[in-house]
Design a protein around this ligand. Structure first.
Ligand code: NAD
Length: 277
């Protein structure tokens, strides 16, 4: 017997920033996912690939959908929109999602607190899944880091080292900051009170309780993160290495399918994966 996929039941997912590194991975993932259909993709005005056939952009032959620049039309044609773009674009997309009543999945990193407020406002009207890292492994790592930090006293110095490709514009990475928040939560302190985001020159000895960050950039590294707990006589290191961007797009599409039909609220990948205590 031949089974036929009923596309009328599929959740319509739109991708903004669709010609970007993540945008292209996300469109492939949607096209390959059961229960999802690609409603389209947008780019900024004058952006790469505007007007090009999406299938041809992905190297899969003509699909009959073109890279558009009309975000409003894409939101209207979608049940959920996935946004891995820039922080300014994400703010505009969050406002559109709230206005048009559409679920939103946000992977863009480096948002300023005032820009995050716009996500919080949108989340009072629609479901918004916002995560600095959509990989299942990194979210498990965050959960482990919080547990380890709860057990170890502040004589264990926490340092977070990350490396990413040379194109990345924000530092430390959103994931490194997320790991820092997990470590701080384990110690029941606010990361902003204990974070040392960079060191240069004569900075003096390390203060007890600090959570330090070190940032490396180069080549095509997709994303490496290590959290160290260093005491006198021993050191624990927890490491995650992403080898393909597919881990982020798989997690984001899973989040989009999960978000559709939920009540309004700001959710994380912990909610999607059921990792909340
Ligand atoms: P990229 O520069 O390759 O892609 C971004 C795309 O967004 C570009 O094609 C750009 O033209 C487009 N864009 C900009 N403004 C737009 C607008 N107004 N409307 C539509 N499109 C617009 O970058 P990337 O490597 O794909 O990363 C994008 C973001 O995702 C970054 O913030 C990055 O840190 C983040 N990221 C997050 C995760 C995660 O798991 N949360 C994983 C990887 C990357």
């Amino acid at each position: 017997m031949t089974l036929r996929t009923d596309h009328t039941m599929a959740i319509r997912i739109g991708i903004v920033g669709c010609a970007g590194r993540m945008g292209q991975m996300l469109m492939k993932e949607v096209l390959d996912s059961d229960g999802a259909t690609l409603s389209g993709g947008t780019e900024r005005l004058g952006g790469p690939a505007a007007g090009q056939d999406i299938g041809e952009l992905l190297g899969r032959g003509k699909l009959g959908l073109v890279v558009d620049t009309d975000a409003r039309a894409l939101f209207l044609a979608s049940d959920v929109v996935i946004d891995f773009t820039t922080r300014e674009a994400t703010v505009a997309h969050a406002r559109l999602a709230a206005e048009l009543g559409k679920a939103l999945v946000v992977g863009t990193t480096g948002l300023e607190p005032a820009q995050e407020v716009v996500l919080h406002e949108a989340a009072t009207k629609v479901p918004v899944v916002y995560a600095p890292n959509f990989s299942i492994g990194v979210n498990l790592l965050m959960s482990l880091v919080e547990q380890v930090s709860k057990v170890l006293d502040p004589s264990y110095d926490i340092e977070i080292v990350e490396m990413h490709h040379r194109h990345k514009v924000d530092a430390p990475s959103g994931t490194a900051l997320g790991l820092g928040r997990a470590a701080a939560a384990g110690r029941q302190v606010a990361l902003s009170d204990v974070a040392v985001r960079q060191r240069d020159g004569i900075v003096g000895p390390r203060k007890s309780g600090e959570i330090g960050f070190a940032t490396l950039r180069g080549g095509d590294v997709v994303g490496d993160h290590t959290v160290m707990f260093a005491a006198e006589g021993e050191r624990i290191e927890l490491t995650h290495k992403a080898q393909s961007r597919a881990v982020f797009s798989k997690g984001a599409v899973r989040a989009a399918l999960w978000a559709q039909g939920r009540k309004a609220g700001l959710y994380s990948m912990f909610d999607v994966l059921g990792l909340k205590a």
